[in-house]
Design a protein around this ligand. Sequence first.
Ligand SMILES: [Zn+2]
Length: 449
Amino acid sequence: MPLLSGAAFRWLTALAALAALSVIVKAAVAVPFASGSPRPADESFAGTGSTVELQERRVWTFDAGSGVQVCIDNLFSGARLNGCEQVGPREFRVVVAPEREPINPSPWYAFRLRSSKPCEVTLRLAIATAKARPRAWASRDGRRWAMAPDSQWTGEPGARECTIKVSIVPDPIFIASNQMIGIEELDAWSTRVAMESGVPVQQIGRSTGGRPILAFTLNPTAPPDHVVVIGRQHPPEVSGSVGLMKFIERLQQSDAALADFGKRFRITVIPLVNPDGVHEGQWRCTLGGVDANRDWHDFSQPETRAVRDAILALQREPGSRIHLLLDLHATDRDVLYTPAPGSAVEPAGFVEAWLAGVQARFPREQLESTATHNVDQWTFKRWAAEVIKAPGITIEFGSLTPNERIAAKSRVFAEVMAEVLGAQVARRSPPAPRVPGRGDVVKPPVGVP
Ligand SMILES: [Zn+2]
C-alpha cells in the first residue's frame, strides 16, 4: 500500500486544516482533567468492589530514530488504551481490551499521539473481541473528527490486528474508534440548552466514581404531562448522543410546529446516564461492571437508581402523567425498538402513529423497527412499559450514520412526536384528581366542623 493514497492524503489534509482551528481547544486538551469541570475526576477511586479492568493512565515514550521521539498517551477523559510497544523503528502495537469479558463486541479505543518532529508512523491495533474491523477517526482538537478511509487500512475485517498509517507532528493528534463526544461536551451542551431555556441543570445522583448525573427539564411551567429522554447508558454509543442533542434542540425551537407542544408538555433530559463508563472508555458497563441497560429490575447501580428515582419523582407530582420515555443508543444501523407485544401502555396507539408519521416523512427509506428485541431483558424500555405504563422506545442510530442524517431523522422524530402526542393527549380526559392514599393527611373541607 502506498504511504499516502489519494483518500489518505485527503484525510490527512483535512486534519491539517483542522489543526488551524484548534488553538483554543488545544489549551483545553493540554489539561485533560480541568479543575473547572463540574464533574470530578475519579483518580482517587480505588475500584473497590468493581469487577472492571481499568486501564493504566500513562504516557509511553519511544525513540523512533534520527532524533525523533514519539509519545502515545491515554491521559484524557474518554481514552481507552491498555498497552503499547514498539515493534519497528516507527511502528507501534497498541493493545485495547474491554473492561470485562464476555462483553458486547463494540470495541472502543481512544489515544493521543505526538512526535518531536513530523513523521509517518504505522500503528498496529490489537483489539480483543473485535467483531468487525475497527474504524479509526482522527482529530487535532478532540472535537472535529475525520474518519480514516478504507485505503488507510490493512487487515481483514474481523481480524484482531489491523494496521493504519498516520502522520504525526509535535501537536497532538487523537485517534479513536469513533468521533468523541464525552463528559465535557455533554455537560457544556446541557448547560447551554438549559440556559437558553431559562431552566437549571440539576444533579439527580452520583455514579459509582462520584460523578454527578445531570438532568434538566424544558418547559417546567407546562402542565405535568411529561416526556423523558435519556442517553449514553452505553459509553461508546456516540451516535446516540448526536441524536439526543438534535432531538432536544428541535424541541427547543418555538416555531408553529412546536409552539403548542412547548406549552403543553415538560421534557426531562438526562443526557449522560453512565459518566464513569464514558470517562474510562469502557465498551459497555458502568464502573460497577454492570450493563446499565440490563439493570432496570435489580437496580444494582447508583446510575440506574438515580434515573429511576428522578422519573418516579415526576410521576408522583399531583396530576402527573408520563406519556413517553426515549432512550438513545447506537449500533450497526438505524433501528427502533418499541414496547413488547401486548404491553398495556398509555397513550395506546402512540407508537404505531408515530412510526407511521416518521415513515411518511422518509418515503425513500424503509424505517426498521421491532417490538420483540430483548423482550426478556430488563431494559429501560421494558421498565417504562411495565412500571410507568408508558411507551418506552429505544432509538438506535448506526455508528457510521453521518451526523447530518442523524440530525435530520432526530428532528423528524421530534416533530412527529409533538404532532402525535399533542393530538392524542388533547383527546384524552384530564387527569383524574389524585385519590388520597394511606399516610396522606386528609383535611376536612373548609367550613365543615
Ligand atoms: Zn446501547
